[in-house]
Ligand binder design. Structure first.
Ligand code: FSO
Ligand code: SF4
Length: 554
């Protein structure tokens, strides 16, 4: 087993990551190895997809399958070996199909059949035990003895970044947003990563290409969400329990939430959001359902306590899932799409009656808690509507600085940094936030500046797209570069979606971002130095020191 893709990876000895019998997230060595093999076969699929395209052979089902299956290997997504094996077998069938089509096209046009990357020719074993032995050649740090550690770090940066982009491609696809050019670029990069390149410049350029690709994907996702559910609008949402039968919906997939809302109508069940689903409460086409009563709980790392206390059914639409047996709720949590946990009921198709039956059979909340409301819904449109007032207040000196404090949450004590920096930000500053990292401070009161709330919740982590649009709009108004705006980004990272958002920001030329609580363990000191020299990217230090540096530069 070798996995070093998330913030909680084992860090000693340096570079070894989670490499024993189990990762810090609970992923077992066999699951990790099977995921490596899946990725390897997917690289082979992409290699043939890229070649077949040159002959006009495009299969949209394969184009969407590859990122979806890749998504299953993100941190805290799928711990179910059987499901990973199913994806691998499907990938292998697709690879065989594309290979045949490509070779037939070569023959027909009198062109030589090229030899592709090794992953394109691996003959997949048919049983799990043999697949596990094949996994050795698929491990992401393969050949590490012969490769410079900086090259390995760059390969991993690309692999994990592309994984994040794949997740967003699948989120966009669910909302009918696909794009042949994006798929072509994705396959090209996926195949390139299967070539185990030793070219540092090419790998670095690829990391930037992944960032750019993800910028397009985030735009597609934004389009899909706003076309399906309208533009988020500033909304007061309830954050506590409401009496009655209950379903809790977590993860990022708002389409699932919509299906659940439709199917629970008139059934006397209240629906709550959890974690990254909170922003759904601001979308007109979702908040119109009166039985969508609010948000329950906080970020993913608290789920074992929060789901255990929730007296209803729970649906995990995407990351991040952790062991449901700890809180003893495995019999009332359901997974969707790429998510999997052995023994947990997986809902296939659009029928949620198993979830509804479970919620009806459970007690639900016995009483209403004292309501506590927060305001959310400051995505692209709402931010743009507020932009003239914001500009006015910048011009008259009432707003002096903008912070973007967001990203992923996690349970390390050092993450209190993000609460503390939000609290310590000067009163004449606006704090934008996104991702599940916002739960570190989103129930606190920050007041307003001449009617503009000081805390603006932009949405899910992918809504970084909205923050980028606001920064672009402000830079146009003030006729300056984004980097000249009084804007500081302080990002908490945990997993691969955050990696790709960071790559997107870097590829757009955004400088001086601070990330924490620790640097990705796959980035070597040399690579961190390059990122600092090139982009001013640095790790968070102390709140005092960072605020001092930020405000004195601005
Ligand atoms: Fe959090 Fe998990 Fe958005 Fe991530 S729920 S950690 S970056 O998957 O998705 O912020
Ligand atoms: Fe370790 Fe993170 Fe990989 Fe889990 S996902 S095995 S914690 S690096």
């Amino acid at each position: 087993m070798f996995c070093i893709q998330c913030e909680q990876t084992i860090r000693t000895p340096a570079g070894n990551g989670c490499s024993y019998s189990q990762g810090m997230c609970g992923k077992l060595a066999a699951t990790s190895d099977l995921q490596d093999l899946l990725i390897y076969i997917l690289q082979g699929v992409s290699a043939y997809a890229e070649k077949a395209r040159a002959f006009g052979i495009i299969d949209p089902a394969i184009d969407t399958f590859v990122p979806k299956a890749f998504f299953a290997t993100l941190t805290n997504v799928n711990f179910d070996d059987e499901r990973i094996i199913e994806y691998t077998k499907q990938a292998y069938a697709y690879r065989t199909q594309l290979q045949a089509a490509y070779e037939a096209a070569c023959k027909e046009q009198g062109q030589p059949v090229e030899t592709l990357i090794p992953a394109a020719s691996l003959v997949l074993a048919s049983v799990k035990e043999e697949m596990l032995t094949q996994a050795a050649q698929a491990i992401p740090n393969r050949g590490k003895e012969a490769v410079d550690e900086d090259i390995m770090g760059l390969r991993l940066l690309c692999l994990y970044g592309l994984k994040g982009a794949a997740a967003y491609m699948e989120h966009a696809r669910v909302l009918d947003q696909t794009d042949a050019e994006v798929a072509a670029k994705f396959h090209q990069i996926m195949a390139f990563l299967g070539s185990d390149s030793v070219d540092a410049d090419k790998l670095f350029a690829t990391a930037m290409e992944i960032g750019q690709l993800n910028y397009s994907v985030m735009a597609m996702l934004d389009k899909g969400e706003t076309e399906a559910f309208g533009h988020p609008e500033p909304t007061q949402v309830n954050m506590v329990a409401v009496k009655g039968k209950a379903i809790l919906v977590s993860g990022h997939d708002m389409k699932d939430l919509e299906l659940i809302l439709q199917q629970t109508q008139g059934k006397g069940i209240n629906v709550f959001t959890h974690g990254e689903m909170l922003p759904a409460l601001a979308y007109p086409e979702l908040k119109k359902y009166p039985h969508l009563v609010g948000n329950y709980g906080s970020a993913w790392q608290n789920q074992q306590k929060e789901f255990a206390n929730f007296p209803g059914a729970v649906v995990m639409t995407s990351n991040c899932i952790i062991d449901p047996n700890v809180g003893d709720y495995a019999d009332r949590i359901f997974t969707r799409s790429i998510v999997g946990w052995p023994g947990v009921t997986h809902i296939v198709g659009d029928d949620f009656s198993a979830v509804i039956d479970k919620a009806l059979a459970l007690e639900g909340f016995a009483y209403d808690e004292i309501p506590h409301h927060i305001t959310i819904g400051f995505a692209r449109n709402a931010l743009m509507a507020a932009a003239p007032a914001v500009v006015e207040n910048v011009k008259n000196g009432a707003i002096k600085h903008f912070f973007l404090v967001g990203g992923c949450d996690g349970d390390k004590a050092e993450r209190s940094y993000f609460t503390d920096i939000a609290k310590a930000a000067p009163k004449d500053s606006i704090i934008m936030t996104l991702g599940c990292g916002k739960y570190k401070f989103n129930k606190l009161s920050f007041g307003d500046i001449n009617g503009i709330p000081r805390l603006l919740d932009i949405g899910q982590c992918n809504d970084a797209y909205s923050a980028i649009q606001l920064a672009i709009a402000l830079s146009e108004v003030f006729e300056c570069e984004i980097n000249e705006l009084p804007l500081s980004l302080v990002l908490s990272w945990f997993e691969q979606k955050a990696i790709v958002i960071l790559l997107t920001l870097l590829s757009l030329g955004v400088k001086n971002i601070r990330t924490g609580p620790s640097a990705p363990a796959f980035l070597t000191p040399n690579l961190l130095k390059v990122l600092e020299d090139k982009f001013g990217l640095r790790n968070t230090t102390t709140v005092e020191q960072d605020l001092n540096a930020i405000l004195n530069v601005a």
